[in-house]
Design a protein around this ligand. Structure first.
Ligand SMILES: [Fe+2]
Length: 198
């Protein structure tokens, strides 16, 4: 079963890339920010990075809608900063995430996929109305590493966001364009094919 896939799709034109230095220094408020938390790893206490989500420009959205897909549930710019690790979690607004990394946040930043001992790979904790209840493990000690990938910049990837995942090894801020999909999305079904978990 594949938890990620590289996609052969056109790169975002340079002129449509947000001016990140301007964005981050201009005081524009993110549309969403995470809350601080920690997780234990043996005796170690691991800090969670900050995660801010910004709206994208109309021009970039139009380009994505036209050249990539308009079938997403949500779209935004994600900015991880302030710590080397974005702790293990499942996404709370989407089943499948499509990523285009602008700034990797370091030379060896890994997206790691985890399985909680005794639990299925896919987080099932959603109610019948499809309200998400994200899984945020408070310790690494009952997680098994099942896969990892170092996402390069300026390349489209799709990830299965219902599997517990983390981002590790950041030495700088990490910025990406993210599109979220439900698992029933025709686009997600098309990309993952019959491997798309039901
Ligand atoms: Fe995530």
């Amino acid at each position: 079963m594949s938890l990620y896939k590289k996609l052969d799709l056109p790169p975002v034109p340079k002129e449509l890339e947000p001016d990140f230095d301007l964005l981050l220094s201009s005081g524009v408020a993110p549309v969403w920010s995470n809350r601080p938390r920690t997780a234990t790893r043996g005796e170690e206490i691991v800090e969670h990075s900050r995660y801010d989500r910004f709206e994208i420009s109309h021009a970039l959205k139009t380009w994505v809608d036209t050249n990539i897909t308009a079938d997403y549930k949500n779209i935004g710019i994600s900015h991880m900063w302030g710590a080397s690790v974005n702790l293990p979690h499942t996404d709370h607004t989407r089943d499948v995430t499509m990523l285009y990394v602008f700034r990797t946040g370091g030379v060896a930043v890994e997206t790691r996929f985890w399985q909680r001992k005794g639990y299925p790979i896919h987080h099932q904790n959603k109610d019948v109305n499809y309200q998400y209840n994200t899984d945020q493990p408070t310790t690494y000690d009952d997680l098994d590493l099942i896969d990892s990938i170092t996402l390069p910049s300026h390349q489209w990837y799709i990830l299965d966001a219902r599997c517990i995942h983390s981002v590790e090894g950041m030495t700088d801020s990490r910025i990406s364009l993210q599109l979220g999909f439900l698992r029933q999305s025709p686009w997600a079904q098309h990309i993952f094919g019959d491997q798309t978990p039901g």
